[in-house]
Design a protein around this ligand. Structure first.
Ligand SMILES: [Zn+2]
Length: 423
């Protein structure tokens, strides 16, 4: 028997309504009780938050196919350094994760090299083309935790309906990147003042809202959960609020950049501010904060999207969308939601990064219930630090947050009772 005591920390376990200074036992890789007379190790957590291991349900680990941007190994290291013990990776790899053999490859690779739990998703449509359904039942059998065409969006509402029905049959949730292709066209940045001034093609908020509305209708029609990824627009929050109040199985997630920055940041044409959906206005930020505050938006995620320097250092319209996020996520959310805007308190923040995402996928983690996996994140809420992209564990450096001073970070990440990262 292998027993470790995490001593004297502030245990915040929203799943069980706990917030107290106490000890936590990890026994043989699980949350346990004090053993009789085993050999034991002690971790002193005085002054630290002891949180269930953080979960990020939206990351791109780029393998197979784009290992120069990120590998499953380096992505997992970045996750561990950011305090995350479980990540859900998106299927827009090469080959695309639309077949059981690719899912098997990802799972094998993760088992061999990843220091955190890496859970694969499969696509909704074959080759992300939005024309024909992927073999959803076979993907579920191969072990995907959800289906999504992230980066793309199924435009055909009837096809999407069939996907949600299949997902319901095999018991996996549907995640959706909400983008109406006709409305968005070749849009690059939020359609508004700055897109007009800079002469860049606009990506209107309605392009997201139209698909959020579609997903609400389908979640209701099929009586099955649809989770809207990286919500960026005020109108989306309004739609979700109304639908959730009626009991529709619809949810939404928020990424740090969409509450940290506005479209004003694009005026230097710096491609580290180019993401999809784009940075929007202060009005949208205010609506996202309101949605987080009242529980309309109940999950936080990074949309960790690594790209190499040579790919981002090109003309604005030619650069790929996306930024790395795993290593700045917790610090930014603490900084923005708890300290700066005071939208929510720390227990609620931890809830949105643990038990709420775990619930979407039916995971056993995200809690300190007895017998749960001993996944633990120790957080120093007072530690001040500066974001240095050069220090990232990720293979990529594409962050708009370099030089930002943040307060609070993960100082130790434990997966299945084993320390996988320590500051
Ligand atoms: Zn996306």
């Amino acid at each position: 028997m292998n027993a470790t005591l995490i001593r004297n920390g502030r245990i915040v376990d929203p799943a069980n309504g706990r917030d107290e200074i106490a000890d936590l036992w990890m026994v043989d890789g699980r949350i346990g009780e004090e053993p009789r007379k085993e050999k034991r190790e002690t971790i002193d957590a005085t002054g630290l938050i002891v949180s269930p291991g953080l979960i990020d349900i939206h990351v791109h680990f780029r393998e197979p196919g784009f290992g120069w941007k990120e590998t499953i190994e380096s992505g997992a290291r970045a996750a561990a350094a950011g305090g995350f013990t479980t990540v859900v990776c998106m299927p827009n790899t090469s080959p695309v994760a639309d077949s059981p053999s690719t899912i098997a490859w990802i799972k094998d690779r993760a088992a061999a090299v990843a220091s955190v739990r890496v859970l694969p998703t499969g696509t909704i449509s074959k080759n992300l083309a939005g024309e024909e359904l992927a073999p959803i039942a076979s993907l579920a059998q191969a072990g995907v935790v959800a289906i999504t065409d992230d980066g793309h969006c199924v435009q055909n509402n009837e096809l999407m309906r069939r996907a949600v029905e299949y997902a319901r049959m095999v018991g996996v949730p549907v995640l959706d990147h909400c983008q109406d292709y006709n409305l968005v066209g070749n849009g690059l940045v939020h359609e508004g003042y700055w897109s007009t001034l800079l002469g860049l093609p606009g990506w209107p908020a309605a392009g997201e809202e139209a698909i959020v509305a579609r997903n609400i209708l389908l979640a209701e029609l099929c009586d099955h959960p649809i989770h809207c990824q990286h919500i960026s627009a005020a109108g989306s929050v309004r739609l979700l609020r109304e639908a959730r109040a009626r009991g529709v199985k619809i949810s939404g997630e928020v990424c740090p950049h969409h509450i940290a920055l506005t479209d004003e940041s694009i005026q230097d044409f710096d491609t580290d501010f180019k993401m999809n959906p784009p940075l929007r206005t202060q009005r949208d930020i205010d609506a996202l904060l309101e949605g987080i505050g009242d529980g309309t938006l109940d999950i936080l995620a990074s949309d960790h999207a690594p790209h190499a320097g040579f790919e981002k250092e090109v003309e604005f319209d030619r650069a790929p969308f996306g930024i790395v996020g795993l290593e700045t996520e917790l610090g930014l959310f603490l900084h923005l939601l708890v300290h700066r805007y005071q939208t929510i308190g720390l227990p609620r923040l931890i809830e949105m990064l643990t038990v709420n995402p775990a619930r979407v996928f039916g995971l056993k983690s995200g809690t300190f219930s007895l017998g749960a996996p001993a996944d633990v994140t120790l957080i120093d809420p007072e530690r001040e630090w500066t974001v240095e992209a050069a220090d990232f564990q990720s293979l990529s450096r594409n962050t708009p947050f370099g030089g930002w001073k943040l307060k609070g970070r993960a100082v130790r990440t434990i997966v299945g009772g084993k320390t996988v990262w320590q500051a």
